[in-house]
Design a protein around this ligand. Structure first.
Ligand SMILES: [Zn+2]
Length: 326
């Protein structure tokens, strides 16, 4: 149809006839189409269960992708729906009688691994998550990332004084057992280490444990030395925390300390001071929260490597994740 200004006087009656003919279409576009779009979006948009205190939509990225034209997003659109979001589970202590809400029993941890395995989840590394490299994940399976905060004693214990045997009851022992009996479950685990208040419960052995973790193929993240709430501290204190962590990590790991590319804000308390936020964001590849629901992956337009949500690793939360990602 020609633009309006090019129509001659003789053409006007034809144009009015055309307008009349187009009227039903215009009425549909104006009144019915918004409802049709809303109904479509409602069908494909699902929010994360409340228990996660979620802010991210689960599947709405599919709707948004259909309107994006760039080559990058066209490529994203080809990625399996199962790869657009990755649950990042956050574990703390493991005790037979949990004294804190964030702690679970060793048996609950075994059950969590079992249920993730039975429901088609596949453990990836933090590096794979950050790079969006899901090439190891078999078709039909869903990536999951496991993280362990605070270097708690129950995460990594030796069962002998020389430190040659990993205790079967600590989180690491349970994890290694499970990986070895389920080779198609993937492999990985990111330990967000705290030195001063953590050290896996033994300052004398922490260096050996960190090296051991890397040798086994696990990853280490920075969770500071004294676990301060970054939302409440200034630049100087934050810089000191980072410098102290780097110095300790280098003394234990040498060059391997450079592999620490991930950071988790203690207590999920994000920096409010812009200089502190910029210090953290420029130093680390990925910055993790302590809440927020299932994480958008690198294939989602919602992916923000400097604010990656996590979900507390409890059996009830894992069951909700399984149900919502079915
Ligand atoms: Zn912590």
């Amino acid at each position: 149809m020609a633009p309006v200004e090019t129509l001659s006087c003789q053409q006007q009656p034809k144009s009015q006839a055309l307008k009349r003919a187009l009227r039903p279409i215009r009425t549909f576009v104006r009144h019915a189409l918004p409802f049709a779009i809303a109904a479509f979006a409602a069908t494909y948009t699902q929010t994360v269960p409340n228990q996660f205190k979620a802010t991210q939509p689960l599947v709405s990225v599919a709707v948004r992708d259909s309107t994006q034209k760039s080559a990058k997003n066209a490529c994203k659109a080809e990625v399996s729906e199962a790869f657009r979001q990755v649950p990042v589970l956050m574990f703390h202590g493991f005790e037979n009688t949990p004294k804190k809400k964030c702690n679970i029993t060793p048996d609950e941890f075994r059950l969590i691994l079992q249920e993730l395995y039975q429901n088609g989840f596949f453990v990836i590394s933090a590096k794979e998550f950050a790079e969006g490299d899901f090439s190891r994940v078999p078709e039909g399976k869903k990536p999951v990332l496991l993280t362990f905060d605070d270097a708690r004693p129950t995460q990594f214990k030796y069962s002998d004084a020389s430190g040659s045997k990993i205790s079967k009851d600590c989180a690491l022992g349970i994890l290694l057992d499970f990986f070895s009996s389920h080779p198609d479950f993937g492999f990985g685990g990111l330990f967000f280490v705290t030195f001063g208040t953590g050290n896996f419960g033994d300052e004398a052995q922490v260096g050996q444990k960190l090296k051991h973790l890397l040798e086994l193929g696990f990853e280490i993240g920075n969770h500071t030395v004294s676990h301060p709430l970054f939302g409440k501290i200034g630049y100087e204190r934050a810089a000191k925390e980072l410098a102290a962590f780097d110095s300790l990590a280098a003394s234990y790991l040498g060059q391997q300390a450079l592999q620490v590319r991930f950071f988790a804000y203690p207590g999920g308390s994000f920096a409010r001071n812009p200089e502190v936020a910029s210090l953290i964001n420029s130093k680390f590849d990925c910055v993790f929260d302590a809440k927020g629901g299932i994480a958008p992956s690198a294939y989602s337009p919602d992916y923000d490597p400097k604010r990656i949500p996590r979900v507390e690793g409890t059996l009830s939360n894992v069951r909700l994740i399984i149900a919502s990602m079915r």
